[in-house]
Design a protein around this ligand. Structure first.
Ligand code: GDP
Ligand code: IMO
Ligand code: MG
Length: 431
């Protein structure tokens, strides 16, 4: 029996997971998403075209490979339908190689309304949710009220749908939310609902499977499986910067619950980090830069959300957070993306520890959200040259290699590869 490899984000998301999964897919038979939903925006670029995936695994462009949406994922059928249509426009027929877990939960239009209602009710304490209905849909899953993909085939599906929607409407009213003014894609709830219900037909064109059997059978047949994470370590519901997190386990443990594989079946754990750091939405970010350098990272890195278009907050790489991520996830290999964004920087800084209440520490404190954290930095000279055309890790500028070497030393994890542009071809593996 082979083991399942994992690829996940080690920061606050958008590390380049989609791109790396696409690059690794030729070495695998199956790519499986295990958590999250349309809050994710995974960007792939090749042949001069950019593609953004939200629910569909990033192996989909390799049509001979199997892709699976696991039980831990949330599906919004209308967004799914739009993703399928965008793929069809590019000549990709996903019905051939995409399988969906019957146990994956559905996001209803009224979950999206509840997301907006909950955010509004939080006033100044907003999470900065992507408003795709993630929190309310996972809430219903845990509360045992949710509707699953397999339920769409039941004769009483519509009745159950209406019951759940009515619960949401009454909750929104209790929160004083203006339901009549609420819009999804500029449409009132009942208009959007019609599109949502119609999109169930698109969903039903796909093969619904008992994905836990499906995946374990693949492993038994020695097929190579890659689990693709969404969001990232620091947005994990248990270990992230709670409550400024998403509502799922984004960590390696989430692979076990989100696909139905045993802990002993986990193989390599590949963790991705940018060469700097970003965060979108609210919550603590100790190394955030509010100055010209922060603006340069944002502009040169095109740091705008792939799902919401919001500008991402930018700052230096945070080693205490990265070490924490390596510990929780059991990371065996690091992938570093986007050093090219800092090509013209005179100096590149790395936060090696935190100063909290006069004490130096590299532990993430429980009080992360409330305590004042002063990052302690080590500065590295910039490499100040373009990386364009470099196709061999050993040919990267020495100053960049020494910066990367410092990341390896401080995390205790080897770098497997470095990505130096958005394009699929620019990933340099370190032999
Ligand atoms: P994901 O959510 O982790 O899949 O990442 P996103 O797609 O949200 O954000 C990553 C962004 O960085 C996308 O716009 C990618 O095209 C881009 N990107 C990925 N790797 C690199 C890289 O090595 N260099 C540069 N300049 N851009 C990259
Ligand atoms: P990918 O997979 C970056 C953030 C939101 C918000 C918080 C909760 O592209 O890396 P949610 O909609 O889940 O209730 O939002 O989490 N967030 C992400 N940030 N990348 C993502 O996904 C994200 N998914 C959610 O901005 O702060
Ligand atoms: Mg993203």
């Amino acid at each position: 029996m082979t083991k399942i490899d994992v690829l996940l984000g080690l920061q606050w998301g958008d590390e380049g997971k989609g791109k790396i999964v696409d690059v690794l897919t030729p070495g695998y038979d199956v790519v499986a998403r295990f958590q999250g939903g349309p809050n994710a925006g995974h960007t792939l670029e090749f042949n001069g075209t950019k593609h953004v995936l939200h629910i569909i695994p990033s192996g989909i462009f390799h049509q001979e490979k199997t892709n699976l949406i696991g039980n831990g994922v949330l599906i919004e059928p209308r967004i799914f339908q739009q993703e399928i249509a965008a793929l069809e426009e590019k000549g990709v027929d996903a019905t051939k190689n995409l399988y969906i877990s019957k146990k994956a939960h559905l996001i209803l239009p009224s979950h999206r309304m509840m997301d907006a209602a909950n955010e509004q009710a939080k006033g100044g304490g907003k999470i900065g949710s992507t408003l795709k209905g993630i929190g309310p849909a996972y809430t219903d899953k845990i509360a045992r009220n949710g509707l699953r993909v397999g339920d769409t085939l039941a004769s009483d599906f519509l009745e159950r749908y209406i019951m759940l929607k009515e619960q949401h409407i009454s909750m929104a009213r209790t929160l004083g939310f203006d339901i009549d003014a609420f819009r999804i894609d500029s449409l009132p709830l009942d208009e959007y609902e019609k599109l949502w219900l119609a999109s169930l037909d698109t969903l039903k064109r796909f093969r619904f499977v008992n994905s836990e059997y499906f995946i374990n059978q693949c492993l038994k047949e020695d097929k190579k499986v890659l689990a693709e994470g969404a969001q990232a370590m620091m947005l994990d519901i248990d270990f992230g910067t709670y409550p400024f997190v998403t509502s799922s386990n984004t960590i390696t443990a989430g692979v076990c619950t989100g696909l139905g594989v045993a802990p002993g079946a986990i193989g390599r754990v590949m963790g991705i980090t940018k060469a700097y750091c970003t965060r979108v939405g609210a919550g603590p970010f100790p190394t955030e830069l509010f100055d010209e350098t922060g603006r340069r990272l944002c502009e040169q890195g095109h740091e705008y959300g792939a799902t919401t278009g919001r500008p991402r907050r930018c700052g230096w790489i945070d080693i205490p957070a990265l070490r924490y991520a390596c510990m929780i996830n059991g990371v065996t290999d690091l992938f570093v993306t986007k050093p090219d964004v800092m090509n013209d920087f005179e100096e590149v800084c790395m936060c090696t520890s935190y100063q909290i209440g006069g004490q130096s520490t590299d532990e993430i404190p429980f009080e992360y959200n409330t305590v004042e954290i002063t990052p302690e930095y080590t500065a590295y000279p910039g490499w100040q040259q373009s990386l364009q055309g470099i196709s061999d890790y050993a040919r990267l500028p020495e100053r960049l290699r020494s910066y990367l070497g410092a990341i390896e030393r401080m995390t205790g994890v080897n770098i497997a590869a470095v990505s130096i542009s958005p394009d699929r071809k620019d990933v340099l593996f370190k032999q």
